[in-house]
Design a protein around this ligand. Structure first.
Ligand code: ZN
Length: 299
């Protein structure tokens, strides 16, 4: 049986199909040419958040052109975040870590109901491997823990499907939720006690137990809980299918429905759930894909 890891991202296959369901395969040469061209274009553009990085676990920024009203865009049947104005709209697309390099497509629906397809290239990114030793009971679950985990997974699937309107003034530039050394561990292929698990789908920030965790962006609390792998957890909804998750918390200071401004305290760092020491695990989810939080913060 396939079991998701801590900091669960939901069924990888579903996410992958949502993005690539209608996509054919491109010749590798044109894929690499496309990725190179987009990289060059990126360097000439002013700074934007999130930054574009068309690789698994990254973000594509796809121009949709002018339109009087905000067009609706979809990856498979998952609605996408669309920013901009009548002069130029941009779809900001989260690319799942499980996406295969090659061509991917989104569908764009205009107000009149006409639909067009925009193709883009997902480049390759080789993520490193990390080997961790954790208590055996957190890798080989007892029947009770397995049942608990399955219940939590079903609940989190509903949390992750949250979709509300984007705030009209929304900036997607985030502050770091806690000061501290930020690991570049997003995407690490993890091996727990010699057993492969899903990749690490967030950023770990080193900080002592009790350090305040601050909202990196205005948002609404959509879930709090104490989960088997993730420990004390808070989810925020920022609108437009952009969600953030904070894990291993020693204390949760908010409740579902609270609306937070940027910089407001939501919790305290801890070492709850499956961890090797106190730190904040921070995930950013866009159109149900866990993407690299580093793309959302100023370097
Ligand atoms: Zn982590």
């Amino acid at each position: 049986m396939h079991r998701s890891p801590p900091e669960s991202t939901g069924p990888a296959l579903t996410r992958r199909c949502a993005l690539l369901g209608t996509a054919g395969l491109l010749a590798l040469a044109s894929t690499y040419a496309g990725a190179a061209a987009s990289k060059k274009k990126q360097q000439q553009q002013p700074e934007v958040w999130p930054r574009a990085s068309q690789v698994p676990g990254g973000v594509a920024r796809l121009s949709l052109g002018p339109a009087a009203k905000r067009p609706a865009a979809f990856a498979g049947d998952v609605p996408l975040l669309v920013l901009g104005d009548a002069i130029d709209w941009t779809a900001v697309v989260g690319i799942p870590l499980a996406a295969e390099p090659g061509e991917a497509r989104i569908a764009v629906r205009s107000e009149s109901g006409s639909e067009r397809v925009i193709a883009y290239a997902i480049g390759t990114k080789q993520y490193r491997e990390q080997r961790l030793t954790v208590p055996p009971r957190t890798v080989d679950l007892s029947p009770e823990d397995e049942a608990r985990y399955q219940r939590e997974r079903a609940h989190l699937a509903t949390v992750m499907a949250t979709l509300t309107d984007l705030r009209p003034d929304a900036s997607l530039r985030m502050r770091v939720p806690v000061p501290g050394r930020r690991s570049s561990s997003f995407g690490l292929r993890r091996v727990f006690n010699g057993q492969s698990r899903n990749p690490h789908s967030g950023m770990d920030i080193a900080a002592g137990t009790g350090t305040p965790v601050l909202a990196p962006l205005a948002g609404r609390v959509i879930d709090t809980g104490d989960y088997f792998f993730n420990g004390g957890t808070v989810w925020l909804d920022h609108g437009g299918g952009l969600l953030t998750m904070y894990c291993h918390l020693s204390r949760v200071d908010v409740k579902v429905g609270d609306v937070l401004k940027t910089g407001e305290q939501l919790a305290a760092v801890g070492a709850t759930g499956r961890v090797t020491g106190p730190h904040l695990h921070w995930s950013v989810m866009l159109n149900r894909a866990m993407v690299d939080p580093a793309l959302f913060i100023a370097a």
